[in-house]
Design a protein around this ligand. Sequence first.
Ligand SMILES: NC(=O)C1=CN([C@@H]2O[C@H](COP(=O)(O)OP(=O)(O)OC[C@H]3O[C@@H](n4cnc5c(N)ncnc54)[C@H](OP(=O)(O)O)[C@@H]3O)[C@@H](O)[C@H]2O)C=CC1
Ligand SMILES: CC(=O)C(=O)O
Ligand SMILES: [Mg+2]
Length: 757
Amino acid sequence: MDKSNRKQDALNYHSKGRPGKIQVIPTKPTNSQRDLTMAYSPGVAEPCLRIAENVDDVYKYTAKGNLVAVISNGTAVLGLGNIGPEASKPVMEGKGLLFKIYADIDVFDLELNAKSVDEFVTIVKALEPTFGGINLEDISAPTCFEIERRLKAEMKIPVMHDDQHGTAIISGAALLNACEIQGKKLDKIKMVINGAGAAAVSCSKIYLSLGVKKENLVMFDINGLITPNRTDLDEMRLQFATERKGIDTLADAMKDADVFIGLSAGNVVTPDMLRAMAKNPIVFAMANPEPEIAYDLAITSRKDIIIATGRSDFPNQVNNVLGFPYIFRGALDVRASAINEEMKLAAVYAIAGIAKKPVPEAVNLAYNAKNLKFGREYIIPKPMDQRLITEVSSAVAKAAIASGVARKVITDWDAYTEELRSKVGDDDKLLRNITNIAKSNPKRVVFADADNYKILRAAQIVKDEGIATPILLGDKQKIKQIIKETELEIGDVEIIDPHLGTKRSEEYAQYYFKKRQRRGITLFEARQVMTDHNYYGACMVQFGEADALISGLSKNYATTVKPALQIIGTEKGVRRVAGMYMMITQKGPVFFGDTTVNVNPTVEELVDITVLIERSVKQFNINPRVAILSYSNFGSNEGPIPEKTREAVQLLHDKYPDMIVDGDMQANFALNASLLADNFPFSTLKGRAANTLIFPNLESGNIAYKLLQEIGSAEAVGPILLGLKKPVHVLQLDSSVREIVNMVTIAVVDAQAKADK
Ligand SMILES: NC(=O)C1=CN([C@@H]2O[C@H](COP(=O)(O)OP(=O)(O)OC[C@H]3O[C@@H](n4cnc5c(N)ncnc54)[C@H](OP(=O)(O)O)[C@@H]3O)[C@@H](O)[C@H]2O)C=CC1
Ligand SMILES: CC(=O)C(=O)O
Ligand SMILES: [Mg+2]
């Protein structure tokens, strides 16, 4: 993708809708006057008094125990320098987002107008009652050292400067593994460190703890070698001062060195320097966004190298996101008073250990990799590896207990592991997983209405991301004009204009004529019909020229579905198609059907719809738990709708005994497991909430999903058209680019499933 589009995308991402990336969501009911009496005055006085009597009860009655402050003064923001506290806020919000999605930790980001140590320390210390932990971020050296030292000494909650210790922990783990692969011993390796700032000093300290000898380590800053005679350096850096004969420059130091650690600036290392290193060298070029030497350049410089960078677009990403969510998770869960050396080393070994174990298929899928295996290109785990939370947080918590800083003890580690796993349940990652499934086997997707900016933008995104190969239907000139005017970089892509006729038009027309000649269609009309994009696109899919069709942005639903039904037809045994929405809610995904096609289904049609939807949910690797909805619960009301749904459930139980399905049922019982279990313990949903809701008719389904989308803040992915022999998916009028990308992704997964049949 071109840079200007990427930049604009990033700006849009932050500004669209509610500006920024985070919000505060109440965790208790707030619906009634009674709720509010408890949430605030007078009810709130009770927990206040309990905490006043016993201050530790603050963990029992408030969010403190799961709340981390991400605090910066904006003096060293990523590699962007001293850009000020306001400009650091997107990074701090981003960090909050990562804490949440990777470890379910809540974050308040605090950007302080405080440059001096005293001012900064005074403010942060005063925040202790609010937070369970303090993550210092992007504070320049050497101030960061003194700030952290004082806060650690003066506060009773864990304080960690992530740029120092997060980087140290991750690169320490990577170093252990890289040495193992390269056959090097830590106490023998000669190491060159470029950079002498927050990250470099802290990394060097952890390397010494791991066995590296101080006498084998040389460090440089922007002014050259750190030597004892330098008068411009503080104590933190001077502890790494060396005097070595024959070493003045970085190039001198690199000769015969085993390991290079870059925490300085981009492109300061040359291929010649790498070639001068010892056999099987290890190079961690961690400066952001440009590493000390580009990944590609490094691997072409010599074959025996292990190279890691801070970037996500190359193998071996050394990134502190592998650490901070899980380190704080473990520390909070045992109410640790600090994050000490024992806990950091436990994290190092846990992270290093994960990389040596077989890689779960979900991780291969997430990175579009076939077979990730411990070796030169996989020395540390990938950020999306869910084993990080279970293994790193447990290791940190155990180390906190063993080293005496825990104020709460965990005894049942299996239960704790299960609890950790539940914090990153698969559900909220559904869209990401579906995208990964799509990327594992991209398909050719034809877009019926391509002379439209949103379609073209979506086509570019799915192409860039490796989800699909787009084929565009429309006026070539117009499409090219839009691409030019909007500076899209869509590259080589097939554009077909059905109006002009193509070498397939006649064949498609003949096919259509054959199918419809006894339904009043003449050959002349069939030829006319083939200038319509939806008909032409459906024929492309039918004839295998494309794997899926995306249509419908500008036409109504029925007009768009008709060509697909006439040309492609329904799957064997399927009498009617149906429409489903995947609703991404704060409680996880819930599938809704039928929301788009069948106005008033009969009992048999309701059964068909349920079967189609249940099968489709399985395609997304989710076990469907289906509720057939009504305004009645298990016979509590009479009337055509409860009776219809009851009959459908009976038929489903008889014909599909393995299907988890129940009803008739009201929506709140379907979605609330304890409500259902307390009142209807016999339900075949067996104590779990439904994740698939079948509506008795189109109006209830359609109204429900639109309400949820509008006032329930759920993201609606769909409508996913079910029951066709080949994949055709219809966009809602005026879909957004994101919605189109989601539909294409679903279409690709659908095409994969249909190809496997
Ligand atoms: N991959 C990761 O996970 C992380 C990467 N980093 C990266 O590490 C780098 C340093 O970050 P941080 O320690 O927080 O920042 P600091 O500002 O604290 O330190 C930067 C250090 O690099 C030195 N330096 C700058 N340019 C050069 C150069 N050309 N040659 C040698 N030394 C140089 C500076 O020297 P002087 O003191 O003389 O100015 C200083 O010692 C950044 O690029 C950052 O993006 C940081 C944290 C995590
Ligand atoms: C990764 C990180 O924390 C930094 O570059 O500052
Ligand atoms: Mg940082």
